[in-house]
Design a protein around this ligand. Sequence first.
Ligand code: SAH
Length: 363
Amino acid sequence: MTGGKRINLLNIEPAEAEVALREFAVSEGEAAYRGAQVARHLWASPAPEFAAMSDLPAGFRNQLAEHFDLPRLELTAEQASSDGTRKFLFRMADGQAIETVAIPEGKRVTLCVSSQAGCALRCAFCATGAMGFARNLETFEIAGQVRELALLDPPIRPTNVVFMGMGEPLMNWPAVSRTLTILNSPKGFQIGARHITLSTVGWLPGIEALEKRPEQFRLAISIHAPNDALRAELMPVNTKFPLDDVIASAARFSRRVTFEYVMLDGVNDADAHAEALAELARRCGAFVNLIPLHPGGSMGFRPSPAGRIAAFAARLRARRVEVAVRRSRGLDIAAACGQLRTERVRRRLPAGADDDREIHQPA
Ligand code: SAH
C-alpha cells in the first residue's frame, strides 16, 4: 500500500464494516459475498488475522491485509481464582493496561469489561479511581476484550456482559455506544440487550444518551450512600450530579434500574442508611444489589460483616424493596475494579516495595 492508513475494521459498526468489505471485494474482482464472509470473521466467528481466514482465497486475504487492520490486544497476564473466575490484563498499543474478568456461574458466563484506562472519578474505595485517568478506550479496545477471549483456545463465549471493569462507561459514550451495537448485533456477538449492563456513577448526560437507544440495555447505578453528604465523601462526582438528580433520572428511565451499594463497615451500613436507601429505591422502583467490599487495595475501608449485610438487606425487604446480596467473586485474585493492574504496577517498584503475592488457593 502507498502510505494510506489502513481502515480499522474493529472500530466501526459491523454493518458499516460489511458494506466496506463488500465494496472492497467487488473492487478486487471478487464476488460481493466474500465481503460478508470477512465480516463474519470480525466478531461472530472471529479470526486472529486475515491470513487465518481459510475460507477465502489466499490472494484476497493478502489484499485485505494491505487495506484493512484487525488490531489485537496483547494479553500480558492471566489469573485464575479457585472459584472459576479468570482475570486478564491486556496491554494496548500505547502501553496502557486494562483488565477484563470472566465470571462463570452455572450456564452463564459474565464478562466484566473496561471502558477507560484508569478513571477520573476517584471513588474513595476503588482501586481504579486511585490510579487516576489515562484515556478513553476506543471501540476496538472495548469490544476487543470480548473478541480476544473468544479467540482463546478453548474460547470464552460470554452470555452476559457488564461494564463494571475499569472506567466510567458513560463518560466514553461514543465508543461505548458502538460497542453496545457490536455486542448486541446479529452481525456481532449476538448477546441479548437485556444481558448487557452499563454501570455508572450516575453520569446524567450518559444516562440520557442510553435512554435514547431503542434496545433494552440494562442500567445499574452506583449509589453507595443514601444522602449527599456521605455520598460526596465516597464519590466526589456527587457534587456535580447530586443524589436527587440521579434518582430523578433513574425514575425517568424507561427500564427498571438497579442500584449498586457497596457495603463499607461502619461507614454506610447502619440501619438508618438502609431506611434512607429504601426510600430512594422506592422513588424510582429500583432493584438493590448489595455488594460486599472487595478488600484488595481498598484504601482503609473494611467490608461489612456478613450478619450486618443480612440485617441491612432484611430492612430493605421489610420496606418492600427487592434486594440481592452479591457474592464476591475472585476474592483470591483481587478481581475488583482496577486491582490486577494495581498489583502489576506495584510489581515494577524496586525490591522491597514489591508485594509479589501468589494466587492464594484455599486448602
Ligand atoms: N464507573 C462505573 C463502572 C465501574 S465500577 C461505576 O462506578 O458504576 C463497577 C462497580 O464496582 C461500581 O459499583 C463500583 O463502585 C464497584 N467497586 C469499585 N471498587 C470496589 C471494591 N473494592 N469492592 C466492591 N465493589 C467495588
